[in-house]
Design a protein. Structure first.
Length: 239
């Protein structure tokens, strides 16, 4: 009788087949629909938000950046920035905003690619693209903040040195403290990328944890087994 030998390639193929069965078409399509819905809703959500506070503004000032506009207390903030020589916020100065809608359409297409190809390399690249969109947006905003903080008018009423506001976290300039954080649009894109990347594993992990808590934890079972052996050995010696 010929012996059956399992090669590494065959084992790897078996592992991929099992993964494909777990991540079946129905599961991938369901996660794709949810992710595409999140991306469609994210188009009209803010990309980035900032809240400015100062003694003369105890309620604070808000600045909200969308993919195609800037909203909030823009006029008040622009007037304050004028004193230190900063340019006004004008969406026409940000040509990259024209890429927002095409990028989101490409993201929705990437969801389809991820759902169709699953764990194969086109699906992995599609998910990597989704993870990278918020990172690229934050890097672009950080670059713009650097430009605004260093391109100062030398003839301004209040002269300060160049500064770089943080795209995430607090920044203090003169007597103003600014807190900045990613907007809902970027968070929704990350959530869509998370669902496509790990969505199948999350319910399985929750179920495993639930069973683990309901049953005896493994380390308790091993400890009970060791104690049983010690008691058995002690009784054997006493006999």
């Amino acid at each position: 009788m010929a012996s059956r030998t399992t090669t590494p390639d065959r084992r790897a193929g078996t592992g991929r087949a099992r993964a494909d069965r777990r991540d079946g078409p129905a599961v991938r399509i369901a996660l794709g629909v949810v992710s595409a819905t999140l991306l469609a809703l994210a188009i009209g959500q803010p990309l980035w938000r900032a809240h400015l506070t100062a003694p003369q503004y105890p309620q604070g000032l808000e600045l909200t950046v969308y993919g195609n506009r800037v909203e909030g207390d823009v006029a008040e903030i622009t007037a304050l920035n004028h004193y230190v020589g900063m340019r006004p916020y004008d969406i026409a100065d940000f040509p990259e905003t024209k890429l927002w809608a095409p990028a989101m359409l490409a993201a929705i297409a990437a969801v389809g690619v991820s759902s169709w190809f699953g764990r194969r390399w086109p699906g992995r690249l599609a998910r990597l693209f989704l993870w990278g969109i918020p990172v690229g947006a934050l890097l672009d905003i950080q670059w713009r903040l650097y430009q605004f903080g260093h391109d100062l008018d030398p003839g301004a009423a209040l002269r300060i040195g160049g500064f770089t506001a943080k795209v995430v976290g607090p920044t203090r300039v003169v007597n103003f403290t600014t807190w900045a954080w990613p907007g809902n649009a970027l968070l929704m894109i990350w959530l869509a990328a998370f669902l496509l990347s790990f969505g199948v594993s999350v319910p399985r992990g929750i179920l495993t944890a639930w069973r683990w808590f309901r049953e005896e934890p493994p380390y308790d079972a091993r400890r009970r087994e060791r104690e049983g052996r010690r008691i058995g050995e002690a009784e054997a010696e006493a006999a």
